[in-house]
Design a protein around this ligand. Sequence first.
Ligand code: GTP
Ligand code: MG
Length: 199
Amino acid sequence: MEIKSAEFIISNTEIEKCPAPNKPEFAFIGRSNVGKSSLINMITGRKELAKISSTPGKTQTINHFLINQAWYLVDLPGYGYASVSKSIKQNWVTMIDSYFAGRENLYCTFVLIDSRLDPQANDIEFIKRLGSHGIPIALVLTKTDKLKQSELGKSKNKIEKRLLEDWAELPPLFITSAEKKSGRNSLLDFIDNAIISNR
Ligand code: GTP
Ligand code: MG
């Protein structure tokens, strides 16, 4: 898929203020600092579409971007960020839950996982929650430029082995690096196919 246009639409904390759910939507979520915003910029080829920071907890709202006038891409706040207060954390959980419960146009949620880390309890937990809501997911390993090929293979095996403890089938998995701009075509092809096959 060629990205002809990518525009920021709205940033908000309330599901009611999200754009009307009349176009296919793809959301990006994962732990704080995993590289969600960087990945969005990489796949859209727009350097500053989503805001990036080396400090975790940068994205705190639901951010809608309209791509090719045809589908929405959504940047969500990260989960598992230790340094915010309990009440803020609870607000985020409520916001994210209502997002997942309320977007009937959500085709797929990309769960980003840091390729350098062993499977993290909160990632596994989050994937389970999405599964129980019946939301289709795909996994995206991020920051793979930081790993050797052999290490990456091991990481992928570990996460898949862990998921097979809970699920009979593995979700699609993408290997990416925003730094090296790798994984872009496979991700965009996947989105393209999802849109076409749901038409
Ligand atoms: P929050 O919005 O805080 O939840 O974070 P996020 O998941 O959106 O992460 P963000 O894209 O802001 O990136 C966090 C940090 O990781 C930044 O310092 C990025 O430069 C860095 N980073 C993101 N992607 C990559 C990558 O592919 N490779 C490397 N080496 N660094 C990356
Ligand atoms: Mg972000």
